[in-house]
Design a binder for this molecule. Structure first.
Ligand SMILES: Nc1ncnc2c1ncn2[C@@H]1O[C@H](COP(=O)(O)OP(=O)(O)OP(=O)(O)O)[C@@H](O)[C@H]1O
Ligand SMILES: [Mg+2]
Length: 223
């Protein structure tokens, strides 16, 4: 479970407040979407609840552990093993092939061989088997995005944080990605926080959170 307690985020000097006292919980196995217009603070919130950035004030607890109290080693190990990130602007390593990028998390844990079949399965599933031995610079934006998605899924993480994962994709491939996320949530009980501006994809979540100018304006639970 993720618990955000009175999260305030400020940037700059003089400080400009971007997130205003946000408290929320994401339960184990829950699929939550976060929507709101450009600049409302969606990415900032996702970075904070996923432990990649620190709040200016407030606390984040992941599985009961206060993230700010974890050591650097502890948090790296935790991220590699339990968290899959899909960023709005994907961060593939340019000198590694698609397959090598996907296999980075298991490689860091010394589990490369064990996960190679799964990496190939994900390449097939995401419609990008032809990218296997190519470098990111030789791929289209949408192909790179799907390589980043495969990398996020490779370890079967307990948590997936996804920032506009369908942003660069045509409808057919966006639907493939959304279906994989939904299926992973249903079948493996993966907890998912998805930032999206697409109302149909937001509605695929168990709960929809809307941000307006750094405030949670409403949450909507389907059914
Ligand atoms: N590192 C930073 N330094 C200063 N301001 C920042 C920083 N990161 C974000 N901001 C500001 O915080 C606000 C929220 O940004 P954020 O990226 O969270 O928006 P968003 O809702 O994800 O928008 P989009 O839909 O365009 O991705 C914006 O006004 C942005 O300029
Ligand atoms: Mg954003």
């Amino acid at each position: 479970m993720i618990k955000a307690e009175s999260i305030i985020k400020e940037f700059g000097d003089p400080p400009q407040r971007i997130l205003h006292n946000i408290s929320m919980e994401i339960n184990k196995g829950e699929f939550v979407s976060i929507s709101g217009r450009s600049g409302s603070g969606k990415s900032t919130l996702l970075y904070i609840i996923s432990s990649l950035d620190e709040p200016t004030f407030g606390h984040i607890y992941i599985d009961g552990k206060n993230v700010t109290h974890m050591s650097v080693d502890e948090i790296h190990e935790f991220r590699n093993r339990h968290i899959g990130f899909i960023f709005q602007f994907h961060y593939l390593l340019p000198e590694l092939t698609a397959l090598e990028n996907i296999l980075l998390p298991p490689r860091n844990l010394g589990l490369l061989k064990k996960y190679e079949p799964r990496a190939n399965m994900l390449l097939e599933k995401l419609n990008i088997p032809h990218t296997r031995n190519k470098l990111p610079g030789q791929l289209s934006g949408g192909e790179q995005q799907r390589v980043a998605i495969a990398r996020a899924l490779i370890m079967e993480p307990s948590y997936i944080f996804a920032d506009e994962p369908t942003g660069n994709l045509d409808t057919a491939n966006a639907e493939i990605v959304m279906n994989i996320l939904k299926e992973t949530n249903k079948e493996k009980g993966t907890t998912i926080a998805l930032v999206t501006h697409d109302p149909d994809y937001a509605a695929m979540a168990d709960r929809e959170i809307f941000l307006v100018d750094g405030h949670v304006s409403e949450t909507y639970t389907g059914d």
